[in-house]
Design a protein around this ligand. Sequence first.
Ligand code: ADP
Ligand code: MG
Length: 693
Amino acid sequence: MRPQILYPLFAGIENIKGVGAKAKTLLSHLCGDKIINILWHLPYNIVDRTYSPALSHAEIGRIITVKIKVVEHVPPKSKHQPYKIICTDGTDDITLSFFKAYPESLQKNLPTNAERIISGKLEVFNGALQMNHPDYIGRPEESDIIKGIEPVYPLTAGITNKMMRKFTHTALSVVPNLPEWQDERFLQMNKFESFKQALIKAHNPQSASDIGANSPYRRRLAYDELLANQLALAFVRQKVKKQQGRSFNGNGQLQAQVLKACPFQLTESQQKVLAEIKADMASPYRMLRLLQGDVGSGKTIVALLSMLNCVETGAQAAIMAPTEILAKQHLETIAPLCDACGIKVALLIGKTKKKERTEILEQLADGTIQILIGTHALFTDTVTFKDLGFIVVDEQHRFGVQQRLALSAKGNKPDILVMTATPIPRTLILTAYGDMEYSKIEKAPEGRKPTDTRVMPLNKIQDVVAALKRKVDSGIRAYWVCPLVEESEKTDLAAAEERFHTLQKVFGDDVGLIHGKMKEAEKDAVMTDFKTGKIKVLVATTVIEVGVNVPEATLMIIEQAERFGLAQLHQLRGRIKRGFEASTCILLYGFPLSETARERLNIMKNSEDGFVIAEKDMELRGFGEILGNRQSGFEVFHLADLSTDKELMLTAHKDAQLIVSQDPKLETPRGQALKILLYLFEQDDAVKTYLAG
Ligand code: ADP
Ligand code: MG
């Protein structure tokens, strides 16, 4: 249960004075519906209201804050004129002008002869000083509040900065003094103040550097958030690790046979990750490991050898792909190698015929089938293994994070290997997969020719088609990828169909179409035709994105490439890097092309390294979409920004590991405080699941 000391922070925003029903709705959308959400909503800019000259000497065009006395109200003579109020500071006059004014409220706020503090931009009109709609009008005693550095908040229509400041002020007043959860020395080293002080100062910046990425106040808060995240994940990881699992120590016989049948030798990178996986499998705890390797880096053989390491001990293994096409492709790669060592492999997908399915199910139950390949159909309730010991999940980003937890419920305490080609920067790995062990294939097998990537405007499409025709006539096969117009399949489809028809006029039967709305059997047929060369140009929506292997295809045209994410473009381009032929990728862009979009396409042109691309992408866009938020369950932080807080992230990761090893139940005084930190950043689940009892 949430500690009592935090109750005020988790009270609803309606408890703040001045927040009515309407403001509540607006604020909920803007930052959230609890008081803590207002506090996490930090200013992004400042307005300096400290300039307070005598009017006679004031610099025109600056924001000034001055004490004036109201001299005279001059109501407008016609609708189009402003309501004017003439004031003086004793050195000069100034006219305050208000368009569309309510005279009553002006009379009330600025009665004749009253003294007021006003703040706003000083202008000149017809030779006289003027201020249009002052930002602030206050009583003399409010001078201190107005005459300072004003924080500027991200806003929404209906919530003014003034309101936001007032709400924040109230919210700050309920922040309790919390016990310190950070290490004292660490705080000193970084010049970090207490959580409460940091929060107060982050909301009351005194200079531009107080709000920037390097502000010690903002950084302190960001670190708190990152540590909470890393600590929660560290507990999950520890729990998984501590779960009794099985120790798989294959004798290596099957692996040796497969390696002999394999046309290539493992690269050093592959050997390294295989050793890591096998060491993990040999330990008596549950394995949950992420295997990361760029497109074409050779993850499949690593997966197969790991599965055999389990099969050698007499248990079964399964590999799960995100689509049926990919599952079948795995079968094509794996089956011949398994034949070579007499291992029984089967494919189970949604459309597997009833009779065949029944047979497969029987053979899974009695252990005849040693390796099962499939889609998620593989984990329906009807599927029972005799002894499932090892699961490989391929191309993980298509599966939700929840699913990896559900998965481990299948089988007999199976070890799990999750493979992904998404180039995820290390900092993101830590936040999204911090509960997993991690292996990476650093280098792809050698001998691959680089892809020649060209960026061209869409209006050159006629030239591209002509060049494509020449290439196809010389025997090359090509993908033509159609744009992601919206998130909707329907519009994507229309674009792809239209392109298919125009290309048909040039290529006749040599061109085929594949898209997500087709039946599996239809997709299969088209894919087979493309593989065998019956079709030479394949028009596709992004269904070809992940993993499809047609080594003969060495040309790819991506239409309106600016609409794709960089990670996605990289995946797509990976499709033509399968063979050892030189390949060409043409990125066609539409107009208008923004600066960022142009820069992103240039990144594609200049790099083929998925990690470089991902890092650059993150710098350009922030870190949000790299993983595809919803699918990955990856959450954007309130305070931390991984494009600038990488170092903090790594420190938090180490810190969390240390804490978990030294104080696994958070029982020391610092541990107790850290528990509060976990609740503060709503990691309640971590506390409940891993620290209870
Ligand atoms: P991915 O990591 O994208 O799943 P794959 O496992 O499909 O990559 O491998 C891509 C291609 O590289 C395949 O054609 C595979 O046969 C080949 N390959 C894998 N390992 C090696 C190696 N060590 N040497 C040469 N070719 C390899
Ligand atoms: Mg693959």
